[in-house]
Design a protein around this ligand. Structure first.
Ligand SMILES: [Zn+2]
Ligand SMILES: [Zn+2]
Length: 418
């Protein structure tokens, strides 16, 4: 079992099993499990250890019980959402007479549109954790509103998959943030990784459908009807398709080669093996001039935080270890959590630039799609769902999928783990 102390150290492991075995004097790799049987040569880091967030959360609560007071809705979120939705609708309207290939259209879509829509993706993320209002229904409705400038209905579908990502981090067949072995195999090259980074948004949108299907609820229907009505009204009222194209282009660029899109990769791909450093912990930077702590036989970290300026535009999603440890702490209080529990966070490897993350992910042959920690057991589906898997060569047995209806009565202390 991985303790909080293990995960706080700076692990630097090789990606492939063969390499790791050679690196260790006794031939053992801490926390490493053999990959499940598959026709594909599997280079993920398979582990049988427990995910690190639960044990760190318990250790932090024990050391700093006051952190539980940080949990609960943040009233500011709804105003930020209102501002960004208004900004995007205004830009879309102003561009109604510009062709898609004109400079004003493309520059606005990249600089303002993509940043605003990435901000809305992350508003929907925040709201999915019931962190804008106490009432779950008010959160669902705000998410549908935040979805409007994204152009495609997404908020209702995102939530069960995302909550399952929290409950089942690294669990193959449940955590849809994980690439499948087929993706990793086909995209295991510089060009493949560049393709993945350019079209990331499509991978995130389409991959879950191949893994399992949560039930279609009235909220999904409402999300669909509201979004299609909004898109129709936008085209009719402006007399042009350009505003709708602007919104959809903004969504595409938000998940493409854009600095803010670096968070998708920074969160859970491990960078332990990259040739040039860049993920040293805050403490390593303070104490040893950025030298890596060469502990070879710890499992790679499965979550990295990013402590750079783009957190201002992205609801502090960069504080991802903090978020997974305490998903009921809203974005405005994550820096306080980090400060209170700094001895837990400042020893973890972290990122300082999302642009560096994208560049290194593509160009360094020791970073890539295989750099993920996976488990073949544990976790559970949140919000119900039917497993359709087997595709991607990584199906897990139906017996290990335990659907769980999520409590809908707002945040309580017992829900800190959601
Ligand atoms: Zn995550
Ligand atoms: Zn989350």
């Amino acid at each position: 079992m991985s303790s909080a102390t293990d995960t706080m150290s700076t692990p630097h492991l090789r990606v492939s099993a063969e390499k790791s075995q050679q690196d260790l004097p006794n031939g053992e790799t801490l926390g490493r499990a053999p990959p499940p049987k598959s026709s594909i040569e599997d280079k993920f880091f398979w582990t049988y250890t427990e995910e690190p967030h639960r044990s760190r959360r318990q250790a932090i609560i024990k050391a700093h019980p006051e952190v539980t007071k940080l949990c609960g809705p943040e009233p500011l979120t709804k105003y930020v959402v209102l501002g960004v939705v208004s900004l995007q609708i205004t830009c879309a309207y102003l561009l109604r007479n510009n062709s898609m290939l004109s400079w004003p259209f493309l520059v606005t879509a990249y600089l303002i549109g993509a940043t605003a829509n990435q901000n809305l993706f992350l508003a929907i993320h925040e709201i999915s954790h019931n962190l804008a209002f106490r009432s779950p229904m008010a959160n669902r409705l705000l998410a549908i509103f935040a979805n409007l400038p994204i152009g495609i209905p997404y908020s209702a579908a995102f939530r069960p998959y995302h909550l399952t990502h929290h409950k089942s981090i690294g669990v193959t067949g449940l955590d849809t943030d994980l690439p499948t072995a087929l993706e990793a195999l086909f995209l295991d090259s510089l060009l493949g990784k560049a393709f993945f980074c350019t079209f990331q948004i499509l991978f995130y949108a389409l991959r879950p459908m191949f893994i399992y299907s949560p039930p279609f609820t009235p909220i999904h229907l409402l999300n669909l009807v509201v979004q299609l009505s909004f898109d129709y009204a936008l085209v009719r009222l402006t007399g042009s398709y350009q505003p709708l194209f602007y919104l959809i282009t903004s969504s595409f660029l938000a998940g493409s080669l854009h600095p803010c899109a670096g968070h998708f990769i920074a969160e859970h791909y491990f960078f332990s093996n990259v040739k040039k450093g860049g993920t040293e912990s805050i403490r390593d930077l303070k104490t040893s001039n950025g030298k890596k702590n060469p502990i070879p036989n710890l499992p790679p970290p499965e979550t990295y935080s990013y402590y750079g300026p783009l957190n201002i535009l992205t609801y502090n999603v960069g504080l991802h270890n903090e978020h997974h440890d305490f998903p009921a702490v809203p974005w405005t209080k994550l820096p306080t959590l980090h400060r209170i529990a700094s001895e837990f966070y400042e020893t973890l490897p972290c990122h300082r630039s999302w642009t560096w993350v994208i560049w290194t992910f593509i160009t360094d042959s020791d970073a890539g799609m295989w750099c993920r920690v996976k488990r073949s057991e544990g976790g559970r589906v949140v919000g119900g769902g039917t497993k359709t898997s087997g595709r991607g060569g990584e199906g897990i047995s139906a017996a290990s999928v335990k659907p769980e209806e999520e409590g809908e009565d707002g945040w309580k202390e017992s829900e800190i783990q959601n």
